[in-house]
Design a protein around this ligand. Sequence first.
Ligand code: AMP
Length: 270
Amino acid sequence: MKILLNNIDLNEALFGNSNIGFVPTMGSLHDGHISLIKKSLKLCNKTIVSIYVNPKQFNNKDDYKKYPRSIKKDLKILKKLKVDFVYLPKTKDIYKARDKIKIKLKKKDKILCAKYRKGHFEGVIEVMTRLTKIVKPSKIFMGEKDLQQLLLVKRFVEKNFKSKIIYCKTIRDKNKLALSSRNILLNKNSLNKAGKIAKNLIIFKKKLLKKKNLKDLILIKKRELKKKYDIKIDYLEFRNTKNLKLTNKFKNARIFIAYYINKVRLIDNF
Ligand code: AMP
């Protein structure tokens, strides 16, 4: 496994390689990230994993500072997986002063997390555009846990580059809680609660199959979760998985949730 600390290292290492698989991450690796990496190792000639906590996508400075970091442990995991390259860029490798990129979301995109985290996706799309330009991968592996992110990045990146976005399933713990680097910030009680919320929504989704008044049922569920688990919910909505439009139809639709538990913001979809 080669560790690439700057773009000169990276260009040298990737030169002459084809079918490169790229797994962009912010580190604090868990089994969710590992599933993306394993898929890349299986489908691509070379796999490159990046670890970079992108300041531009944090709409809150404190959240950026608090974001968990564990580079030593991450490198051990990546070595064991036999990843070909790890890219650990500095901000100056990614954001060049002369190279300006301005991302503008359409009005129809300003839903779900885009509505509640102003500037977040502009930051994600910008860093993904810059990383794709630098790495030039054939395939980019992204998780369905962050489906809104995946769809936006897919639209912007596939329009401007040859790279294809590969969907990867959400990995959950034994309590059905989606793995997330932020879970480290939760105490045992909150972890338990978050697991119960996930299970509750998995069962609820199954019950929606033959129902007609989905909108009302979602609203009732939102009130129930708030009261039962004492959480602040940004959104609980039923949307189509391709265009993220609100829908009343069960087919190709998921429940999307973002909520705060002990000041930690979690998102998921079912
Ligand atoms: P992050 O390090 O949180 O920016 O995530 C890097 C990539 O891993 C993104 O494409 C995420 O969607 C994906 N990811 C994070 N958690 C999970 C999970 N539990 N299952 C599958 N993919 C995930």
